[in-house]
Design a protein around this ligand. Structure first.
Ligand SMILES: *Cc1c(COP(=O)(O)O)cnc(C)c1O
Length: 479
């Protein structure tokens, strides 16, 4: 075996992989969305140590099909409706393959001009689709969690520049709603703000942050000697996709001198649609915004974008240039390493470039509109069935609902529906009640998938659960 693979061997295995991918995408509905496996099943089938002698590609690919695939949860399945439904679209997969082959690292412009400039161009395109002003600077990281942490760091830098050199600056206080994603709090933990200095602002009946409550909390904190420095609003919360009123949060934030970060990780793409823009009023004035093309923009994991209108501050928070990374172009070209913690960076913009070009604004809009429409249709099905109730408004493409009979029947229904392998739904808790979540967002999902899933849920709810042949207590022991 040669050190690098022989070109002919690479071609043969490469064609086999592409054929497998094409077959997988075409026949994906034949796979159960959730694997029928228990913890440890796969690990037990794999050797405890890596091989001493190299193995042929054939054997490796065979084990991929035989062992790995059956233990997969198929996130790319059109009937994956749990968490948020995502998709690796074919052009995105091709872009990802090329990025792996190129293996460039654009920590500075010099280390890869193409990746540096394509990232700027593609994020400019996306920014324009989202209706955000040209002064927004964009940077790609892996996840929204990491991007939000960077936004909070920039907010901290703006409020207390000594923090960077002196460490913890007591009293800095951050505000976000009770419905915000856990990444906000995690970012505050990582940055030394401290969990006790993250205030959870109450929400209204539609799970949106109450600006008046924000104002009252910030005023009370100021009178206690605290320093409000950042508010994180969410446009599309993780549980219900509720949309915080950014336009009303902004004046409160400005009054207290706070940085406004918008978490649009999931909901952001809806701003591409003119008829949905009003939901996002105010984002064009936010200091920063995060959006995840790897969620609802058909991009393979991982690609999250952080936009900020104050890149100078983000840079001030993170730029630290060792001698060996200084280049002649410094100051004339963007060096992305200056805008965050990671030094090395993958060529993620390539796949997004493929996707934006292949579908165009019209293609993307058509897909998003279908998802929004089917979500309304699903919500109407829920509402018209007397056994069920809708638990939150449906501004985007995720529906929260439950059996009126209560928590336990709803939980049992979720388990039974997921056990069919035909769909995968997840849950949340709203106002202390157990709620099922049905998320639509995969590019291959059809109206039949959505309505079929509803039929399955309704029929399952009607049939009495089968009596288990082993008593529940014993089953728990065995599991
Ligand atoms: C999914 C989600 C996140 C976290 O995204 P990652 O990229 O997985 O870190 C943050 N905020 C919201 C609103 C989300 O829906």
């Amino acid at each position: 075996m040669s050190v690098t693979m022989h070109p002919e061997e690479f071609k043969r295995a490469g064609h086999e992989v592409v054929d497998w991918i094409a077959h997988y995408l075409e026949h994906i509905r034949e796979y159960p969305v959730l694997p029928a496996v228990a913890p440890g099943n796969l690990a037990a089938k794999l050797p405890a140590a890596a091989p001493d002698a190299g193995e042929p590609m054939d054997a490796i690919l065979e084990d991929f099909r035989r062992l790995i695939v059956p233990a997969l949860t198929h996130w790319n399945h059109p009937r994956f409706h749990a968490y948020f439904s995502v998709s690796a679209s074919p052009p995105g997969i091709l872009g990802e393959m090329l990025a792996a082959a190129l293996n460039v690292n654009h920590m500075v412009w010099k280390s890869c001009p193409a990746a540096t400039e394509l990232e700027q161009v593609v994020l400019g395109w996306l920014r324009e689709w989202l209706g955000m002003p040209a002064e927004y600077f964009g940077v790609i990281h892996d996840t929204a969690s990491v991007n939000t942490m960077h936004a909070i760091a920039a907010a901290r830098e703006a409020a207390a520049p000594q923090f960077r050199t002196e460490g913890a600056s007591p009293g800095l206080t951050l505000y976000t709603s009770e419905q915000a994603h856990s990444s906000v709090e995690k970012g505050a933990i990582a940055l030394g703000i401290g969990q006790n200095h993250v205030r959870k602002v109450p929400v209204d009946g539609a799970f949106r942050m109450r600006p008046q409550a924000l104002a009252e909390m910030a005023a009370a904190d100021v009178s206690q000697g605290k320093r409000p420095f950042c508010v994180v609003a969410t446009t599309g919360t993780t549980s219900t996709t509720s949309i915080d009123p950014v336009a009303e949060i902004l004046p409160v934030a400005r009054q207290f001198g706070m940085w406004v970060h918008v978490d649009a990780a999931y909901g952001g793409p809806a701003a591409i649609l003119p008829e949905k823009r009003h939901l996002f009023a105010g984002i064009e004035e936010a200091d920063s915004l995060v959006i995840n093309p790897h969620k609802w923009l058909f991009t393979p994991m991982d690609l999250s974008v952080l936009y900020t209108r104050r890149p100078d501050i983000l840079r001030r928070a993170f730029s630290l240039v060792p001698e060996y990374l200084k280049t002649a172009e410094d100051g004339r070209a963007v060096n992305f390493m200056d805008y965050g913690v990671p030094l090395g960076r993958r060529f993620r913009s390539l796949k997004l470039w493929f996707i934006l070009r292949y579908y165009g604004r019209e293609g993307v809009s058509r897909i998003l509109r279908r998802h929004l429409e089917w979500a309304q249709e699903f919500a109407r099905c829920v509402e018209s069935d007397p056994a069920f109730e809708l638990c939150a408004p449906v501004p985007l493409s995720t529906i929260c609902f439950r059996l009126k009979a209560g928590d336990d029947p709803s939980r049992t229904l979720l388990d039974r529906v997921n056990a069919t392998g035909k769909v995968f739904l997840s849950h949340t808790v709203l106002d202390g009640r157990f709620v099922l979540r049905f998320a639509i967002g995969n590019i291959a999902t059809t109206r039949e998938d959505v309505l079929g899933a509803w039929d399955l849920i309704r029929e399952t709810a009607r049939q009495p659960p089968p009596t288990p042949c082993i008593p529940a207590a014993r089953r728990d022991e065995e599991a």
